[in-house]
Design a binder for this molecule. Structure first.
Ligand code: NAI
Length: 686
């Protein structure tokens, strides 16, 4: 990383002093040891500042001025990444050269920050206002070639960087140079720039909905065009500090560290032996199986894809080809890459070749008997070290494992739809799943570009189990009189990627309807159940797939409010004696989000999730919960669990036993603690 941790700045400063003082030295090269230049600030240091500790040293500014004011040309030699503070440091140099594979960027906004050491002031001076706004507000890095074209670097170095950099430095040693801060020729006119800033704000509102840092980044770049350099830096610093002390930054940092934390599994040491996965197989080429095959192929793993009959296999193969073609069209993959990946996928109608697969993932229909049949067959065919995984979204992993003679090899790998896009992978641990199988799947999730979160075995695991009460409350509120689109809008405005009713339409309302019919005998008599969704299904309104569900859909799959649904739901509700009333936006958000939180508390208490942060990571990566709110459990902690508890008690009074507060929530609220403080193994006494 070569992060700018304490000590690094001091050392660079000392080196700069040596360069300045030694008359024999005419020029100098600054480069990074190891595989990278400087990948950014030390994020832990930010945490210290917000916790009230005085930062060590003076920060980056004085060092950057020192470099920039040096009378001898300083050449920054970049390989790997020059990100954040790393790029800010590079821009203070008088020249920048880089290897062709180097990447340069100001990714601070991804953590809810903006560049804080002159990045928003120097970057537009080097690359122009439009590119600088884009880099600072969106946070995506650019490659060395692009950096050369836009003026961020002065030369590409093929071959060894250091000798190339030294030769370049010798070349420029005696030549005059201009400090970055004095280069104003690319700063444009006020009129040109206003259009750039307006467009950037619009893009940000669309692509980074709800985030405040990108707008601050745009304002900071704007000052580069209106104020002298030093004043611009002061303004940038103020905005940086506002971001640093914002709730969004705290939440995003929690998510950043959380994604690393979820990989740590107590009782499964880091050095647990894992099985190398060099060949895989997938059973079922439907929606999920075809996506999972792509995920494996994208990671370079050859994969067999089995179906029951030629038309089903053709459908699966078609889906894969169409998905890849779309990726080529969008510029995500090259045709070459796609051809290679397609060669790694072998469609088949038999188990031929399964005997040497290291991992088999089952993705057939959701039904216990068919899953048991498939695993019984796999048990007789697969080698003894093979991992047998099920993509079930709700069924009992231990029961499925009983269909085999090796329950220790069985595990749930719950991908999310579309599997080749969604980052979340819930890894479901059965009672007997072995540690090496778990460790292998956790490791594999990284190779597949997923965030693997280990969860326990229960109906719906973590994500779907919590989603159930969340969607239940949304439906209840529609039945109590809130318009469908008003409920969805409230949660969209809260930051969810989609409203809960539109999400149902997307996933297919019939899926839950069929499950409910199967499990009706388990429902507790007298406890309220949603009524409208089943009725919509009875009418053949399954959602997007039938162009009608909670909404109507046009040919472009745009959701259109359907007055017929409103009228029908009102009629059904009145017939069932449900009182009709006005429901506020606050109530819509609280009932949906706190239903998530209350179920999350039970899941945490039962040990189905290892930590509160695991639930947060699941919700952000699998269910479109806004990362800047840190996940449902972080959100509840930030609200204060006593407030959350009080609100849930109110709902219990109004709506009955479905709102019984979870014992863990009750306890933590009384003890004035947080979900984040709770560790597994602590007694719950409430
Ligand atoms: P799907 O209905 O699209 O595909 C299932 C496929 O399995 C069908 O093409 C069928 O022909 C095939 N199949 C059935 N028996 C087979 C056998 N013995 N050998 C080979 N192929 C066989 O179902 P989908 O949606 O892909 O779901 C698969 C699994 O993934 C289910 O367990 C589901 O609960 C789970 N899941 C589904 C998600 C979704 O959004 N669709 C999300 C996450 C999990």
């Amino acid at each position: 990383m070569n992060a700018l941790s304490p000590g690094v700045l001091e050392s660079i400063l000392a080196a700069m002093e040596a360069v300045e003082c030694d008359p024999e030295i005419k020029t100098a090269v600054l480069t990074g040891a190891g595989s990278t230049f400087i990948a950014g600030a030390d994020i832990k240091e930010f945490g210290k500042i917000t916790a009230g500790q005085k930062p060590r040293g003076e920060g980056l500014h004085p060092l950057l001025s020192r470099i920039e004011d040096c009378r001898k040309p300083i050449v920054m030699a970049i390989h790997g990444n020059a990100f954040g503070g790393g790029l800010e440091l590079a821009m203070a140099g008088h020249y920048r050269i880089a290897t062709p594979d180097a990447r340069l960027g100001q990714p601070e906004v991804k953590l809810g920050l903006i560049p804080g050491a002159g990045g928003t002031q120097r970057l537009p001076r080097l690359v122009g206002v439009a590119r600088a706004v884009e880099m600072c507000a969106l946070g995506d890095p650019i490659g060395a070639q692009k950096a050369l074209e836009c003026g961020l670097i002065d030369r590409l170095v093929e071959g060894d960087l250091l000798p190339g950099a030294v030769a370049f430095a010798r070349d420029v040693a005696a030549k005059p140079f201009t400090r970055t801060r004095d280069r104003n020729e690319k700063l444009g006119t006020a009129q040109e720039n206003e259009a750039i800033f307006d467009a950037a704000r619009q893009t940000s509102k669309k692509k980074q909905r709800g985030l405040s840092a990108p707008l601050a980044a745009i304002d900071a770049v704007k000052t580069a065009t209106t104020l002298p350099f030093d004043d611009g830096c002061k303004f940038e610093r103020k905005l940086f500090m506002d971001c640093l002390f914002s709730d969004q930054f705290k939440a995003l940092i929690h998510v950043f560290f959380g994604e690393r934390e979820v990989g740590k599994i107590p009782n499964i040491p880091k050095d647990t032996i894992t099985v190398p996965v060099t060949k895989a197989a997938v059973v079922g080429a439907g929606t999920m199986g075809s996506g999972i095959a792509m995920v494996l192929a994208n990671a370079g793993i050859p994969v067999l894809l089995k179906e029951t009959d030629p038309p089903a296999l053709d459908r699966g193969w078609d889906t894969i080809q169409k998905n890849y073609a779309a990726s080529v069209q969008r510029g995500r993959f090259s045709q070459d890459f796609v051809d290679q990946r397609l060669r790694l996928i072998t469609p088949t109608l038999t188990y031929h070749g399964f005997s040497d697969a290291d991992l088999v993932i089952e993705a057939v229909f959701e039904g216990m008997s068919i899953k048991k049949k498939v695993f019984g067959e796999l048990d007789t065919i697969c080698k003894s070290t093979a991992i047998l995984a099920s993509n079930t979204s709700s069924l009992n992993i231990d029961e499925i494992a009983q269909a085999t003679s090796r329950p220790q090899s069985l595990i749930g790998t719950h991908f999310f739809s579309p599997a080749n896009v969604m980052r979340l992978l819930e890894i479901v641990r059965g009672k007997l799943t072995s540690k090496d199988v778990i460790a292998t799947c956790m490791q594999l999730s990284k190779k597949l570009g997923k965030v693997g979160v280990l969860v326990g075995n229960c109906r719906g695991f973590v994500g779907n189990r919590m989603f159930h009460p969340y969607r239940r409350e949304a439906q209840f509120m529609v039945e109590e009189g809130a318009p469908v689109e008003v409920v969805d809008q409230a949660l969209y405005d809260f930051g969810m990627a989609m409203g809960p009713l539109a999400t149902g339409d997307l996933a297919g309302l019939d899926v839950g309807w069929r499950i409910r019919k199967e499990y009706r005998h388990l429902e507790k008599p007298g406890v309220r159940q949603p009524i409208a969704e089943d009725q919509l299904c009875e009418m053949g309104r399954y959602g997007q797939k039938t162009q009608a569900g909670w909404y109507r859909y046009d040919e472009t799959r745009r959701a259109l409010p359907d007055p017929q649904v409103g009228a029908l739901v009102r009629k059904w509700a009145v017939e069932s004696g449900i009182e009709q009333r006005q429901i506020s936006t606050d109530e819509i958000v609280d009932r949906c989000i706190l239903a998530l939180v209350n179920e999350g508390a039970r899941i945490l208490e039962e040990g189905i999730a290892l930590r509160a942060v695991d639930i947060d990571i699941i919700y952000i990566n699998g269910y479109g919960f806004p990362a800047y709110r840190g996940g449902p459990m972080w959100y509840a902690d930030a609200l204060g669990l006593d407030k959350v508890y009080g609100r849930i008690l109110q709902f219990q009074e109004q709506h009955g036993e479905l709102w019984q507060p979870a014992p863990l929530l009750t306890q933590l609220a009384k003890e004035k603690r947080k979900f984040a403080d709770f560790a597994q193994g602590q007694p719950v006494t409430a």
